[in-house]
Design a protein. Structure first.
Length: 113
């Protein structure tokens, strides 16, 4: 059974940093496309970072240069630096994002003064 458990969300001021973690119950190598999505209030869920089979990550233009995706055998991470209020959202990790995706439960990130 595939389970993903996220952690690391919270509240920070603009310019701050957070690191999200996603613990997977199976080896990450079993899945081709893994990544992070986010959903802001009133908006659709959007893909912001992904890696195909552990290769170089892709980033949405809105987070390029500020966010870094990494992974090891059973974990997916998202280092978020220089956070902005527009980054406020529920962040979710996924595996097999290109096929039948499995999702974490989501973790709230709030950026405000």
């Amino acid at each position: 059974q595939v389970q993903l458990v996220e952690s690391g969300g919270g509240s920070v001021q603009p310019g701050g940093s957070l690191r999200l973690s996603c613990a997977l119950s199976l080896s990450m190598s079993r899945f081709y496309l893994t990544g992070w999505y986010r959903q802001s209030p009133g908006k659709e869920r959007e893909l912001i970072a992904s890696t195909a089979d552990g290769t170089a990550a892709w980033y949405d233009a809105g987070v390029q240069g500020r966010f870094t995706l990494s992974r090891d055998n059973t974990n997916l991470y998202l280092q978020m630096n220089n956070l902005k209020p527009k980054d406020t959202a529920v962040y979710s990790c996924c595996v097999a994002c290109d096929g039948k995706p499995y999702w974490g439960q989501g973790t709230q990130v709030t950026v405000s003064y």
